[in-house]
Design a binder for this molecule. Sequence first.
Ligand code: PGA
Length: 251
Amino acid sequence: MGSQEKKRFIAANWKMHSKPSEALALAFELTDGLEDTNTEVVICAPFTHLDRLNSLKSKGIILGAQNCHFADKGAYTGEISATMLSDLGCQYVIIGHSERRNLDTVESIPLRIEQAIAAGLKVIFCCGEPLHYRKVHQEWEFVLSQLNHDFDKIEASHFPKIVIAYEPIWAIGTGLTASPQQAQEMHKNIRKWAENRFGILDAMQLRILYGGSVKSSNSMELAAMHDIDGVLVGGASLIPIEFRGIIRAFS
Ligand code: PGA
């Protein structure tokens, strides 16, 4: 099990699924009866749903978004700033998800992290290798280059506001999951990197999530790994019986 003082962290990534009018009922169903589980549960919903999910706070569920812009404001038609998210009651924002890395420039990721923190948000930072790198045993080199690049200019005082999600790209939405041992190995490397970069105390407190085809059936064995402090869940976060099973596994 991870360090006892850290709360386990379960984040739902709804991606571009569900309608605003269905959002609140879905969120309640996903967490029904799990108010006292001593885990931090965050629902990262589409922008259009956030205002309607504001009342989740009263149930102890935390609201998150799936991206924010790299500028605080300006002539960016169709974009959403971190300040807007914070004003809507969001506490977290996902940054660097592999599905966004295909659309955004890599250079914008550190700026998005900075904007989020400046607006008072915490960040669920995603990293993870494509299949090719795993096949040639270069998965850590790939993730390390993402971490070094994206955190190059992040101040040490900001690091406690970061949660890192390791999401191997080949496991996202594919039904393939990294084995608990593969995930543990990567998480251990990430924690070691954090220790070198930000110091041992922050590294020990850092919550490192696994993401990629997490289901209730595989979450117990993931939860048993020393450096897996929680999960970032896509598909199964839209299915109440699945999501509740995942929360229970980490409780
Ligand atoms: P998945 O997605 O659980 O559907 O694989 C995870 C994610 O993309 O965060």
